[in-house]
Design a protein around this ligand. Structure first.
Ligand code: ADE
Length: 245
C-alpha cells in the first residue's frame, strides 16, 4: 500500500481533489492511504502562527521551521518510517512522467506544500529530498500541485486503472503525445477519419502512430527532439512534413 502524507496550511484541498474517480476508488480499494497534517495544528505560540516576516525585510510571509518540524515528526510517526519528503514549489524541477514513475516506486511519501512567500531555507536544506514544480506559473499554494503529483502516482499503481493498457499507450509513455481519440458514437455532421472505420488493424495502427507523431511535431517539438523514433516512424513524419498529409 502507498502511504501519502501532506503537510500544508490546507491539506483538505488535497483530500477533496483526490476523492473522486480513479484515485478515490483506489483509496477505497486500499491501494493507498492518506493523512493530512494541517500546519496550524502544529503552531507553537499562543497566536497559532505558522509564518513570520522574511529576515532582512521584503514582502509577504515565510513559513517557520518549528511548525514544519512538528508536523514532519507527526507525519513520520504516522508512516512508521522515514518517508521521501517532496516539497512543492515553482522553484523545483518541472514534473515529468519519468519522475512520476520514480516517485511511484516509493511506499512512503510526504508532500510539503508552501503558501505565502515560501518556506524557510534552513528547513528545506535539512529535510527535503526533492523539489517539484508542476509548471512555470505560480499557484497560491502547493496543495493543488501536490494533488497533481499524487494523482499521477496513484493512477500508475497496479489495479488503479480499469484497463491496465491505458497507462502504457498514452501521452509521454514513449516520449510522444497521444493520438486523437474518437468515441464510437454518431454525431450530426462531423465524420470520423476513414482509417478508423476501415477496421483493418494495421491501417488503424499506422494512422494512430502517424497522428501521434504529427501532434507531437506541431505541439511539442521539445519532446520530439528527445524521442527515439524507429525508422518507420521517422518515415511517417517525413511524409507529413514534406507533403502535409
Ligand atoms: N506552489 C506554487 N506554485 C507552484 C508550482 N507551479 N508548482 C509547485 N508548487 C507550487
Amino acid at each position: 500500500m502507498l502511504s501519502i502524507s501532506v503537510i500544508a496550511a490546507f491539506p483538505e484541498l488535497v483530500e477533496y481533489a483526490l476523492d473522486f474517480g480513479v484515485t478515490g476508488r483506489a483509496r477505497q480499494q486500499g491501494l493507498w492511504r492518506w493523512q493530512g497534517f494541517a500546519l496550524h495544528d502544529f503552531a507553537t505560540d499562543a497566536r497559532k502562527s505558522i509564518d513570520a516576516r522574511p529576515a532582512a525585510g521584503g514582502p509577504g510571509m515565510v513559513l517557520m521551521p518549528a511548525p514544519l518540524d512538528a508536523a514532519l515528526a507527526s507525519a513520520r510517526a504516522w508512516h512508521g518510517e522515514k518517508s521521501l519528503v517532496v516539497f512543492m514549489s515553482p522553484d523545483g524541477a518541472p514534473l515529468e512522467q519519468s519522475r512520476v514513475r520514480e516517485f511511484a516506486q516509493h511506499q512512503h511519501i510526504t508532500f510539503v506544500a508552501g503558501r505565502y512567500e515560501g518556506i524557510d531555507q534552513r528547513w528545506i536544506d535539512a529535510n527535503v529530498d526533492a523539489i517539484v514544480s508542476v509548471g512555470d506559473y505560480v499557484l497560491s499554494g502547493g496543495e493543488l500541485a501536490a494533488a497533481v503529483v499524487i494523482d499521477s502516482c496513484v493512477r500508475l499503481m497496479p489495479g488503479a486503472l480499469g484497463d491496465a493498457e491505458s497507462a502504457t499507450f498514452e501521452s509521454f509513455a514513449d516520449g510522444k503525445l497521444d493520438w486523437p481519440q474518437y468515441a464510437l458514437a454518431p454525431t450530426e455532421s462531423r465524420q470520423m477519419p476513414a482509417e478508423l472505420a476501415n477496421g483493418d488493424h494495421a491501417t488503424v495502427n499506422r494512422w494512430r502512430v502517424k497522428q501521434a507523431l504529427i501532434r507531437t511535431w506541431m505541439r511539442r517539438p521539445d519532446l520530439l527532439a528527445r524521442a527515439k523514433l524507429s525508422l518507420e516512424e521517422r518515415a511517417m513524419l517525413d511524409e507529413f512534413t514534406e507533403t502535409g498529409i
